[in-house]
Structure formats: C-alpha cells, structure tokens
Write a protein that binds this ligand. Structure first.
Ligand SMILES: [Zn+2]
Length: 78
C-alpha cells in the first residue's frame, strides 16, 4: 500500500505543508476521512482519540442546546 500525499498548493505553483499519510492508516479510519490533521503521527486517527471525541460530543450538545433555546424563543413569540 502506498502513501497519500497531502499539501497546500500555493498560487505560485509551489507546494507547502507536505505530509504523507499511509494508505493503510486511512483504511483503518471507520470514516476514511481524507484530512491529514485527522491522523496522528502514530498512525491512529482521531476517531479513536478520547479527548477529540469528548470535544466533538461537547460541541454537539452545545449546538443542540442552542437549537432548543431558539425553538423555545420561537414558541414564546407566538
Ligand atoms: Zn478517523
């Protein structure tokens, strides 16, 4: 299995922030996320990182609370 190269293509044609991720590491991700930041240097991805998952869960709950509050405001207006 080969590596997948990620990088930033600049306007002048140069490529910076080059990073190689093993194709086998990407295949291990249950969501096959094609974002280099998603992969840690040990080959695991953030799907298996407890800190990252806790952060995502907290964000989701905060968004839900915000949506429910907006719905309540709508109801109060009627
Ligand atoms: Zn993942």
């Amino acid at each position: 299995m080969g590596d997948v190269e990620f990088g930033t293509l600049n306007r002048d044609g140069t490529v910076t922030n080059v990073r190689f991720i093993k194709q086998s590491d990407i295949m291990k991700c249950p969501l096959c996320i094609m974002v280099p930041e998603h992969y840690k240097t040990d080959g695991t991805c953030l799907c298996f990182d407890k800190g990252e998952q806790d952060r995502i869960r907290a964000e989701r709950l905060a968004r839900r609370a915000k949506t429910l509050a907006a719905i309540e405001r709508q109801k109060a207006r009627k």
